[in-house]
Each structure stands twice: as C-alpha cells, then as structure tokens.
Design a protein around this ligand. Structure first.
Ligand code: GTP
Ligand code: MG
Ligand code: ZN
Length: 291
C-alpha cells in the first residue's frame, strides 16, 4: 500500500503524487456504491499493480473542502481578480469573499494586470485594497512581469489554490512560474465574451513550498449553498460589529438598535460593503429554492 496526494482527476482516473512519483489510480468499487468520490487534494492510500493501475482503498479525513471546483485540504485560497479586462469590481470581490468564507477560509486577494491599468485605475485599486487590508485581508497587486517566485513566496507552505473569474490570469501566472508547463491560456481578451473557462479541470503542481492549483475558478453564481441568516458571518467586519447589536440574531437590515447600522453611519464600516451585504441578503431572500 502507498500513500500520496491526488493532483488531478480526469474521467474517473486519479493521478496520485507520491513524493514526486506519479501513479494513475481508480477508486475501488465500494466508493461508487456509497456515492463518495475522491477529489483533487485528497490524501489517499492505494494498492499498486503498476504505475498505471492502482486502486484507492482509503481517503484520509479532509481538513477542508471547496465544492466548486472540488478540491480539498486547501491551506491558502488565493482570490485572483484583474485590475482591468475584466475590470476590478468590489461587488464581485465581496461575492467571492463570501463564497470563500462559506468554506471556512480567509482568502488572500491577488489583483493582476497592473501593467494594463491606467495610473488612475492603479490608484483606485490600491485605495480599495487598503480598505480590505484594514478589514484583515492580505492583498497583492501585481502584473505578470513581476517576480512571480516572490509573489508566491508571500503565502507560506502548503497547498495554494488560485481561484477567480475566467480571464484574470490564473493559468498565465502558473506558466510564468513553471516555464515548462505550457497550460492553455486565453489568446485574446475577446475570448472573455464566450463565457467559458479556458481551464476546465483542477490540477495541482508542485511549487517550492508545497503545491499550487490551477482551477476553472468558481463563478459568481455558485451561491446556492449560502442561507440568508448566515451571510452576516461572511463579512468579517459586519460579523465583528454585529456582536454588539441588541438582538443576537440581528440581520442588520431593519432591526432596532442595530450596531452595524450605527458603525456604517460613523464610517467604521465602509458604505459599499454594507450595500453589498444588503444586496446579497435580498438576492438570497428572493431566491427560488430548487429541489
Ligand atoms: N498584460 C497582462 N496580461 C495578462 C496578465 N495576466 C494575464 N494576462 C492575460 O490575460 C488573459 C487571460 O489569462 P488566463 O491565464 O487564460 O486566465 P485564467 O484566469 O486562467 O482563465 P480561465 O482558465 O478561463 O479561468 C491572457 O491573454 C493573458 O495573457 C498581466 O498581468 N498583464
Ligand atoms: Mg486558466
Ligand atoms: Zn444589527
């Protein structure tokens, strides 16, 4: 029996990395019966016939798990957005942050394409990133011409997952970091309008301090699993100031003696953050439940 980490899964075949040696494996029948699937990131025990025929016997308990795209045991969730093409939007950022927090992770914010942004846009992005730094997020604002080794080194050891909209440059970053890799990337920014991801599956690559995952990114739509009463927990500063509201279960919408509303008025909670909270709250409240 060997133990390794799943780095890729394509049509039912799981590639397992055992200290740099690769094995192609399949889950044993029992998993299928129990409707349990191994996912990329899992640490697994498997039996080996040869390097192309292994059978996964056991999946180690997951430390955490992202549902879409499926990947487990994530140490650093890197939320990638671009300054331009597509344009940086705090509305979209807040939505992605909420999704990350719903998986119980505090993500890092990485903004790309600094070189394409005008000086005004660069200033605007920098100012907004300061707002997020004040909330407790770590942020980086880079372009592909920067020292990517240095960019990655800021995160620390373990599995880092690059996640974010299509076209923000996740695969481009990996290609720069691993010159031999040659992952498919979008050739022209027009491709954005086709509404499809260039990267189709999750794959882990070994980096200096662990692994890094390229993903097709979660889309802004992957929001169905979040209930309106839990949303407030996923805005860090609203969660913190909300502890002082009169009602323990205050949703900070129309409740009396709501401390969150007071802090917005006093400028301790940024207005646009509160507005995005209310927008998302209403979106969830009006959502038609699918069964
Ligand atoms: N000028 C400039 N272009 C960049 C930068 N980063 C990425 N790009 C370009 O942006 C386009 C999209 O990059 P991709 O790496 O394919 O984006 P992705 O995030 O992997 O997209 P999906 O795989 O669809 O999720 C490519 O044409 C890149 O050359 C950057 O820092 N500066
Ligand atoms: Mg990609
Ligand atoms: Zn309140």
């Amino acid at each position: 029996m060997k133990t390794g980490r799943i780095i890729k899964s394509i049509s039912g075949v799981y590639r397992v990395d055992v200290e740099g040696e690769m094995y192609d494996t399949k889950p044993r029948g029992l998993f299928r019966k129990n409707k349990f699937s191994p996912i990329v990131g899992d640490v697994v025990d498997f039996e080996v016939e040869n390097v192309t025929e292994g059978y996964i016997q056991h999946v180690h308990e997951r430390k955490n798990e992202i549902k879409r795209p499926p990947v487990s045991n994530v140490d650093h969730l890197i939320l990638v957005m671009s300054a331009v093409e597509p344009d940086f939007s705090t509305q979209l950022l807040d939505r992605f942050l909420v999704i990350a927090h719903s998986y119980h992770m505090r993500p890092r914010i990485l903004i790309t394409k600094k070189d394409l942004a005008s000086i005004e846009m660069q200033q605007k992005v920098t100012q907004l990133l300061n707002v997020y730094e004040d909330m407790g997020y770590k942020t980086q604002f880079i372009s592909i011409n920067d020292d990517i080794e240095h960019v990655f080194a800021q995160w620390g050891d373990g599995l880092a997952v690059l996640s974010g909209q299509s076209g923000v440059g996740k695969s481009t970053l990996l290609n720069k970091y691993f010159p031999d890799l040659d992952i498919e990337t979008q050739h022209i920014s027009k491709a954005l309008n086709r509404g499809r991801h260039t990267t189709r599956h999750v794959e882990l690559f070994e980096r200096t301090h662990g692994f890094i995952a390229d993903t097709p990114g979660f889309s802004a739509l992957d929001f169905d699993h979040i209930q309106k009463d839990e949303l407030k927990n996923y805005f860090m500063e609203i969660h913190e100031y909300g502890e002082s509201c009169k009602f323990r279960d205050c949703n900070h919408i129309n409740e009396p003696k709501c401390n969150v509303k007071i802090e917005v008025e006093q400028g301790n909670i940024t207005q646009f953050r509160y507005d995005h909270y209310v927008q998302l709250f209403n979106e969830i409240a009006n959502r038609k439940e699918r069964y």
